[in-house]
Design a protein around this ligand. Sequence first.
Ligand SMILES: [Zn+2]
Length: 138
Amino acid sequence: MRGRCHCGNISYELQTELAEPPLRACQCSFCRMHAARSISDPAGRLVFDVEDESLLSRYRFGLATADFLVCRRCGAYAGAFMDGYGIANARLLETALLREPSPVSYDGETAEQRIARRRERWTPGEIRIRAPRATSGS
Ligand SMILES: [Zn+2]
């Protein structure tokens, strides 16, 4: 399954054998603002490809245990990534998933519980950067 942000700077590929990966509607304020629909497959693989890193925002909030990948150019929320595990925002899929999502709320989790849940449910993968952000000095 392939998705990309509106301008194309961030794209992802979710490799999964599941015909219908669970579609979750996280009820946190960030996901509600983006009307995000999360998909993952712990047995699959998720790779984000970023063309220009300077246009990638790795937004952190709350317990700050994951990076929420937002395109600085078009504003799309592509998915989140933590320590080798990620979820994708199904809103970016070329073919929209029209199924009703399951509402989920993770309020009240400790940072430890949150990380453990993600390691269990998120998809192993990586973020590949085509054009790294230029660093000053050497
Ligand atoms: Zn974009």
